[in-house]
Design a protein around this ligand. Structure first.
Ligand SMILES: [Zn+2]
Length: 251
């Protein structure tokens, strides 16, 4: 049963037949790990806090810089110089005092990454580099988690969702094998339209809500690309690579 306070707060989504009181309770019992509190993590954290995800863990080792404020909408001007993870946690708690939120103020790697992923129900990859993405993909696969991954540069965004609970591919490595890693591109080098990265982070929040409430289709074998200039989406099938060192049983 939802409390009166919860019912009033979440009424508009509880009204959705796909969510209902049961889905709301699932959200309140869920733990979501958001790795990277930048342009993707900012809207994702806000929407998931607003939706009542009971436990949010926000990990980022960086501090808020002036050049972040053009798109990382969870921060305020006076957050400059503060830990992103801590500032983001303060904001989500201010938005929804019914949830718990914890900051990890170091860049997640190795054992700590594995531990945080093992504790999460759903993981959002909101990072901006290939090394982190591959490490997150591998740990999510090993721990059988659902992973919602997005990226954005210039006017373009990408979205992929993986469900590793069945220990099956495809995975992020199938699409971007290590051998084909180009020089890392991120928005400090290429530029980024703020609303485009916001759209992609918002899609990650949507996918997480769907995953937790078991609503709709996570589109796990699809790679979607959004172009902000034309408003066109392109969709590609994402086959598992039978030689993938992460998700292939033969390897
Ligand atoms: Zn794979």
């Amino acid at each position: 049963m939802l409390t009166d306070e919860s019912f009033l707060r979440y009424q508009r989504q509880v009204q959705l037949p796909e969510i209902g009181e049961q889905g709301q309770q699932a959200l309140q019992q869920a733990r979501v790990l958001i790795i990277g509190a930048g342009g993707l993590g900012a809207p994702a954290a806000l929407y998931l806090a607003a939706a009542g995800v009971g436990s949010l863990v926000i990990a980022d080792g960086d501090k808020v810089e002036r050049s972040n404020l053009q798109r990382q909408i969870i921060y305020r001007d006076d957050n400059q110089g503060e830990s992103k993870a801590q500032a983001a946690v303060t904001q989500v708690k201010a938005l929804n005092p019914l949830i718990r939120a914890r900051a990890v103020t170091a860049r997640l790697a190795k054992l700590q990454l594995a531990m945080e992923i093992s504790l999460a129900d759903v993981v959002l990859d909101c990072t901006d580099n290939f090394a982190s993405r591959h490490a997150i993909n591998q740990a999510c696969f090993e721990h059988g988690k659902r992973l919602i991954s997005a990226a954005a540069i210039r006017w373009q965004g990408q979205l992929m969702s993986f469900d590793f609970r069945t220990r099956q591919g495809p995975c992020y490595h199938c699409l971007f094998p290590n051998g084909e890693m180009k020089a890392p591109q991120n928005c400090s080098e290429t530029g980024i339209a703020g609303p485009v990265v916001g759209i992609m982070g918002t899609f990650q929040a949507l996918q997480a809500v769907k995953a937790i409430t078991d609503s709709g289709d996570l589109c796990v074998r699809q790679f979607r690309q959004f172009d902000g200039l034309s408003l066109q989406w392109q969709q590609f099938a994402l086959p598992a690579n039978p030689q993938c060192p992460v998700c292939s049983k033969e390897s």
